[in-house]
Write a protein that binds this ligand. Structure first.
Ligand code: ADP
Length: 266
């Protein structure tokens, strides 16, 4: 598979300071909007979604949802299955267009951007990690991690050197030459995390990144993802229904019946 053929598969992509795993303990819950809070704290959010409405036929997945994310923070998006978490993530990443509401990224209105620049922005400023990794099966792990840079025009040698460096940082340097089908679930997810981080994105979107892993591997992936993000300054938007995964976040946004509620650590 050539690099350009791989683009279709790629285009969709959408601290050690552990919090107590009793999610909810020591957190403040209120109806104040994220925008109001960021105005009070005086810093503009990097990503700001306001009044998001999205329906699929008769199903209203989101109904006036709000969410702001600041540079470098890890935000868990929590809620029961079917509550609208993934839809929120896809709207925030500009993968799907909301029916109403606005998503602003770094001063730009994602909904007002033409497809091509929005797609370029996703490739250069955003990183994605999904539940099943979504690595390209025909490519080796190092080629998978190098792919976003190759799509950006980087030469193979340089891209693969960077990819190997990231695989080593995530402690999966030894699987560089293997194909995704030949590595374990935990290794595959760490390769996917390397691929998400290699371009130096400002925001990592992670949709149930540990959903297919046992708890030990899940913890390992979460620790590596959040440590690497803190190191590079990337914000992480983490969709999960597991409190033990959300415990790696700085704060939570609860989605229920298409509405959002902000939860902060006290
Ligand atoms: P969650 O991530 O919290 O499980 P989702 O955002 O995936 O929830 O889904 C919210 C609601 O929207 C659900 O009722 C789901 O069935 C529906 N939905 C999501 N995506 C689609 C789609 N592409 N087509 C039809 N219905 C959808």
């Amino acid at each position: 598979m050539s690099v350009s053929e791989s683009e279709g598969a790629f285009a969709v992509w959408t601290d050690e300071q552990r919090r107590p795993s009793t999610a909810g303990a020591g957190r403040r819950e209120d109806g104040e909007s994220a925008t109001e809070r960021s105005e009070q704290s005086g810093t503009a959010p990097l990503l700001n979604a306001t009044g998001i409405v999205k329906a699929f036929g008769p199903t209203k997945a989101l109904d006036g949802a709000n969410m702001a994310v600041h540079a470098g923070e890890v935000v868990a998006v929590m809620g029961p299955s079917g509550s609208g978490k993934s839809t929120m993530l896809h709207c925030l990443a500009g993968i799907i267009q909301p029916d109403a509401g606005t998503v602003m990224y770094d001063g730009r209105d994602l909904g007002a951007m033409p497809d091509q620049p929005r797609s370029t922005l996703r490739r250069t400023e955003f990183g994605f990690v999904f539940q099943f990794g979504q690595l390209v099966p025909e490519l080796t792990c190092v080629e998978n991690v190098a792919l976003p840079m190759r799509l950006g025009g980087m030469r193979r040698r340089e891209a693969e050197a960077k990819a190997r460096d990231w695989l080593g940082r995530l402690e999966v340097g030894d699987v560089a030459s293997k194909r995704p089908g030949e590595v374990s679930g935990g290794q595959g997810q760490r390769v996917a995390v390397a691929r998400a981080l290699v371009t130096g994105p400002k925001v990592i979107f992670a949709d149930e990144p540990t959903g297919a892993l046992d708890s030990l591997n899940g913890e390992h992936v979460m620790r590596m993802l959040t440590e690497a993000a803190k190191e590079t300054g990337a914000a992480v938007i983490l969709v999960t229904h597991e409190p033990r995964v959300a415990a790696y976040s700085d704060r939570e946004v609860i989605v229920r019946d298409g509405h959002t509620r902000q939860v902060e650590f006290a």
